[in-house]
Structure formats: C-alpha cells, structure tokens
Design a protein around this ligand. Structure first.
Ligand code: SAM
Length: 350
C-alpha cells in the first residue's frame, strides 16, 4: 500500500474519535479488508504527527491513543472532495445503452483486432450460408455478406439471429439494402433451420450469455453441413487482471465479474472442450489478450465504476476496498488485461 494511502486510511479511522494502534489497524481492516504491517502503520502515524495532522494523547508507548487534529480533518475533507471529483471525471456513472456499448467495443482497438481475426478464421466463400448467432445490432453482418457474395458476384446468405427483438430491429435497420442479409428473431438453443443447411456459424460474445452453451453447440452441429465451421469469440473473465497494489482487492473484483456478473464467466477456456463434446474437431484455439493502458478506454469497455459498486453490493468487496480500488485506478498508472478466446470448430467431413 502506498505511503500516502496508509496515511489517508489512518486519518479516516480517527474521524469518530481517538484510537490506539491496535484499534486503528482493526478499523483499517474493516474499511479496506486488510491490515497494515506494523512498519506501515507506525510510519504513517509518525509522519502524520510530524505534519500536525494527528496528536498523541497521554498513555504508555504504542498503547497511547491518537487523535485527529482540526488540521487533519480539513486535509481529509479536502482529499475526499478532490478524490470524488477525480473519480467522477474519470469513470462513467451511467451505463450507455446496449447498442452504443456494443458499437464502442467494435470500434475499439481490441474489438477491431479480434473481429478481424474471426472474419479471417471463418474463411467465408462466395455462395456460403452464414449464421451470426446473437448478432446484436448487426455490426459484423456487412463484412460477412461481402465475402459470401464475392463482393457483388455471388449468391451467399448471411443470417443474423438474435433473441432480442429490439436488437434484431436495429440489425435490420442497419443492413437494409445489403444483398443477401436476413435477420431472424430466434433463440440459438433451437434454431429454425434444417439439418446441414449452413456452411458457417459465428458467436461473438453471445455464448457467454446463453443458458446452456453445450446445448447451443449441439444445435449448431446439427445445422452445419459436414465440413462446416463455427468460429467463436468469447472472453474468459477470470483472466481479467487489474493492476492494484493489493492483489486481494483486484482478485475480488475479477471474481465478482467471472462468478456473478457474467452467466458463463469462464466460457473462453471451456469452448474447445464443449465443442469437442458436441462432436466438432477443434483445429484452432487462439487467445487474444486486450491490454488497456488508459483508464477511460478501459472503463468504456469494462464499466469499472458500476461493476465496482455492484461488487460491493454483492459482498465481494468492502465499501472501503471498493473506494480504494477506484481511487487507485483513477489516479495511478493504469494497466488492465483480459483474454478472449477465438476458437475454430469444424464438423467432420462426411
Ligand atoms: C454481447 S452481445 C454481442 C452482439 C454482437 N455479437 C456483437 O459482437 O456486437 C450478445 C447478444 O447475444 C444475444 N443473445 C443472448 N442470448 C441469446 C440466445 N439465447 N439466442 C440468441 N441471441 C441471444 C443478445 O440479445 C445480444 O444481442
């Protein structure tokens, strides 16, 4: 924990009255989830005393209670106000609507990189019938239609499937006039298509939300022709690494995302096994690591503030640890990484 953070934590614990060292550390543990080492605690106390922000009351050695001074209160209030301004400026407080969020991910460096890989891995040929399962607002349908239609010469079909009527309507609007593109409102667990009727299928962060990914894969296996191929791009949220001096805090955040926020939070690493179980061969497993060095770019994709608040509400982080996490992410040099797996699975040729 940084020296300045330790001093701020000590000041916070003294707001309601004097405490001695043991009491201060117990209060810090309640606030942040962790105790300070004796060196950090007594180092912070002696620096604060040197600056006139705390004073010792009569007592013996380390058992002497310590009290915050008026100056200490003023410093703490100033720090709290400035921290609130920093986090307000840095993080989004309201989640953008789903379509705006998906557009944003697609336009980000990380989004463009893995979507390009997925398109290449699909190897769509003129005349192919391609299913985009959980197509959302139809972001990727145009590029696939270009390939399936040989950029004007072929007669391929690209079908965007989504369970959400509003998403499907948006995809229809966005692809109006594109030859060979259709949109269907359907559940990917029960596809309204004949056995062996499609050449290619794709899921892009959609299977992570499915009630039963194994059942979806069995259904896709039914609908693809022998030699057909599915390309899946699904994150492994358990790989989300936020740089924070206290690993217990960043791990708790990641655990909340992987175990609670996303239905199939570790699907990325499971795809190859599930596809093999559904009768596919799996020639390619490609981990794509997104690296965020800018907190606002990361927030736009990861929703750092709202997810921290949810992690606190769900009991994964204490309120103090949540505040500490956001303060650190907003002010320190920032680094976060997460792995998405692009997995290619094929139906054995008949
Ligand atoms: C994270 S979005 C991804 C959208 C799009 N693939 C993209 O990359 O922008 C997930 C989409 O999957 C859809 N979805 C979730 N469960 C589904 C299901 N069982 N069947 C069909 N679509 C589903 C959602 O409605 C949503 O539009």
């Amino acid at each position: 924990m940084a020296t300045q953070d330790a001093q701020t934590l000590v000041l916070c614990t003294l707001i309601d009255g004097p405490l001695h060292g043991y009491g201060i550390n117990a209060a810090i543990e309640r606030l942040s989830g962790n105790r300070l080492g004796p060196g950090s605690l007594y180092g912070a106390l002696s620096r604060l005393e040197g600056k006139g922000l705390v004073e010792s009351l009569p007592g013996e050695g380390r058992a002497r209670p310590v009290r915050i001074t008026e100056r200490g209160r003023a410093v703490l209030e100033r720090e709290a106000r400035s921290m609130a301004r920093v986090t307000e400026r840095v993080f989004e407080s309201v989640r953008p609507d789903e379509v705006r969020y998906l557009d944003r991910v697609a336009a980000s460096d990380a989004g463009r990189a893995y979507k390009g890989l997925m398109l290449d891995a699909l190897a769509i040929r003129p005349g192919h019938t391609v299913l985009d399962l959980g197509c959302g607002p139809g972001t990727d349908l145009g590029a696939m239609a270009g390939a399936a239609n040989g950029n004007g010469s072929g007669s391929g079909r690209v079908i965007g499937v989504d369970i959400d009527e509003e998403m499907a309507a948006r995809a229809r609007e966005r692809t109006a006039g594109l030859p060979g593109v259709e949109i269907a409102v359907a559940d990917m667990h029960t596809l309204p298509y004949e056995d062996g009727s499609a050449d290619r299928a794709r899921t892009d962060r959609a299977l992570q939300h499915a009630a039963d990914p194994a059942a979806v894969l069995a259904e896709v296996r039914r609908v693809l022709r022998p030699g057909g191929r599915i390309v899946m791009g699904e994150p492994d949220w358990d790989s989300l690494a936020l740089d924070h001096p206290d690993r217990a805090v960043s791990r708790a955040y990641t655990r909340y995302i992987a175990d609670e926020a996303i239905r199939n939070g570790t699907l990325g690493r499971e795809l190859a096994r599930l596809a093999a179980g559904a009768g596919f061969t799996v020639p390619t497993v490609l981990p794509v690591v997104s690296v965020f060095r800018d907190v606002q770019a990361a927030d736009a994709v990861l929703g750092l503030k709202r997810n921290t608040e949810r992690a606190v509400a769900a009991g994964y982080l204490t309120a103090g640890a949540g505040r500490d996490l956001l303060d650190h992410l907003a002010t320190g040099p920032f680094l976060a990484t997460v792995t998405l797996y692009v997995v290619v699975a094929e139906v054995p040729a008949g």
